[in-house]
Design a protein around this ligand. Structure first.
Ligand code: SF4
Ligand code: SF4
Length: 368
């Protein structure tokens, strides 16, 4: 019998009635489901790292399903930045821009090189985190059906969790929370735990569904999110950013240290990252916002998509211009390409037009 699973619903930033309608339909439908607990939070990306919403997510133990108005990749790495980690749960639902099994093949191809990625160097707790993009379907039943499938098919044997001792600065505490999940991060009185009807898993899986709503005044934020499954820790982003956003942790791994130093609306460093590992989840360009590396069944060179199609600039030219604009807005001097331009990007010679250019023209026409 499956154990309970936590479903997190991240609300949209705006009060768009269609979005609210889908969100409320989802909550109403999930209230009827056995085996799930529901937590409703403000927009995941906007949550302050030490606020009530993020603390509530950190206190969730076991498998987790996150429904948000973000690309799943973006949602996953926002969680990771806040020490909410786990193995990527496989969903049967297609996301925006995903195309059948080609996505898996593309991801496998991306991973099939000899570069060491940051994700290879650190432990991952034995839990699964599933991320769904609410923009993909406007029918709540589609998500509920998939959640039912996950609840049926997945359980996280607690015994496995005792083997995990890393990945969070609060290791001992985190482990204990995985073993004995508790929701104690709420303002005011915490929700009353359901009374067990017995001692076995059946009672755990069948007590009444809970819905916890986290009310938090989270203003809109803008900051980069690193995809550590791509990042090679090359440090080119820290050299490029002149606003002190990036730093390193105790083992010299790149991190977004001062996210709110980032200049609102500017995605410059994402354009110069050699691994296309930097995500700005709210950017209008899908590749920068965390879209899959797959369009129409073809794996494409994302680095080309990181240019600025509206100005026909290359990725590096656009990044230099955007950084200079932000320096001037901040009352500082422009530096052009003289500072922190990635070695790989700077040495790249102009290439003759080829089939990829033709493909990109077609993608432009699709308004991706
Ligand atoms: S530039 Fe990209 S790959 Fe290099 S450290 Fe920064 S995020 Fe990682
Ligand atoms: S977008 Fe600009 S300010 Fe923000 S992290 Fe990147 S380089 Fe720094």
């Amino acid at each position: 019998m499956p154990k309970r699973i936590s479903v997190v619903l991240s609300q949209g930033q705006s009060h768009n009635p269609e979005k609210r309608h889908l969100e409320e339909n989802l909550v109403a439908a999930l209230l009827m489901e056995q085996g799930v607990d529901v937590t409703v939070i403000p927009h995941l990306y906007d949550l302050p790292p030490d606020g009530t919403g993020m603390l509530a997510l950190q206190n969730i133990g076991g498998d987790m399903i996150v429904l948000s108005w973000l690309y799943p990749r973006a949602a996953r790495w926002v969680l990771d930045r806040n020490h909410i980690r786990g193995h990527e749960g496989v969903t049967l639902l297609k996301g925006l821009g995903e195309d059948d099994e080609d996505e898996d093949e593309a991801e496998a191809a991306a991973a099939d090189d000899d570069k060491e990625r940051v994700i290879d160097t650190r432990p991952t707790p034995p839990r699964k985190i599933y991320c769904f993009d609410l923009r993909a379907y406007n029918d709540a039943n589609v998500y509920v059906e998939e959640i039912r499938r996950i609840v049926r098919e997945n359980a996280t044997p607690l015994v496995q969790l005792t083997g995990w001792l890393g990945g969070s600065p609060k290791n001992g505490e985190s482990l204990q929370r995985f073993i004995e999940p508790k929701n104690d991060a709420y303002v005011g009185a915490p929700p009353k735990p359901a009374e067990p009807e017995g001692n076995g898993e059946d009672s755990q899986a069948h007590h009444a569904p809970q819905v916890v709503r986290i009310e938090e005044n989270a203003g809109r934020r803008w900051y980069p999110v690193i995809d550590y499954s791509r990042c090679t820790n090359c440090m080119e982003c820290i050299d490029f950013c002149l606003f002190g956003v990036y730093g390193v942790d105790g083992v010299e791994t790149i991190l977004v240290e001062q996210p709110d130093n980032c200049r609102k609306g500017c995605p410059a460093c994402s354009r110069v990252c050699p691994e296309n590992a930097i995500i700005f989840p709210q950017h209008k360009t899908p590749a920068i916002a965390g879209a899959p590396a797959e369009v129409g069944g073809m794996k494409i060179d994302l680095s080309v998509l990181f240019g600025a199609p509206e100005t026909k600039e290359s990725a590096v030219d656009a990044a230099v211009r955007e950084r200079d604009e932000q320096l001037l807005l901040a009352g500082r001097s422009a530096v052009g390409a003289a500072v922190g331009i990635a070695r790989r990007q700077a040495s790249r010679a102009p290439e003759p037009r080829d089939e990829l250019d033709d493909l990109l023209d077609k993608l432009d026409a699709l308004d991706l």
